[in-house]
Write a protein that binds this ligand. Structure first.
Ligand SMILES: [Zn+2]
Length: 122
């Protein structure tokens, strides 16, 4: 602490503050007052990744052990109804999904580990 600037000490108790990251917040924190002094929201790299991705994959069956809710989520994300999904599976056609890193990740989580993906930056 060689800098006596405003942000290295708590303005209330004059104790040194620490840099802290918690959940989606990042900032300076005073452990004596148990209070944030400076707070900025923090987003992980994946959430700020500006790239659009194209995810291509095939399904051999509907995702196993999935509930109806998961199928609905899948249908919603792919913008395909159940019949269209089933047809693509029967005809062994590729599913193509475009979206940012966050959306791609969500979809991969729904599909699970047994699916082969091909991921490209658009
Ligand atoms: Zn303080």
């Amino acid at each position: 602490m060689n800098d006596d600037s405003l942000f290295t000490k708590c303005y209330k108790c004059q104790n040194p503050v620490e840099i802290k990251r918690q959940d989606r917040l990042s900032g300076l924190y005073c452990s004596f007052c148990d209070e944030w002094i400076v707070v900025t929201s923090y987003f992980s790299a994946i959430e700020t990744d500006p790239n659009q991705y194209i995810l291509t994959f095939q399904l051999t069956t509907l995702p196993p052990k999935q509930t109806l809710k998961t199928l609905k989520t899948l249908s919603h994300k792919l913008e395909l109804n159940y019949i269209a999904i089933k047809n693509k599976i029967d005809k062994k056609q590729d599913f193509i999904f475009k979206g940012n890193a966050m959306k791609v990740l969500e979809l991969v989580e729904i599909l699970g580990n047994n699916v082969d993906f091909n991921l490209k930056v658009q």
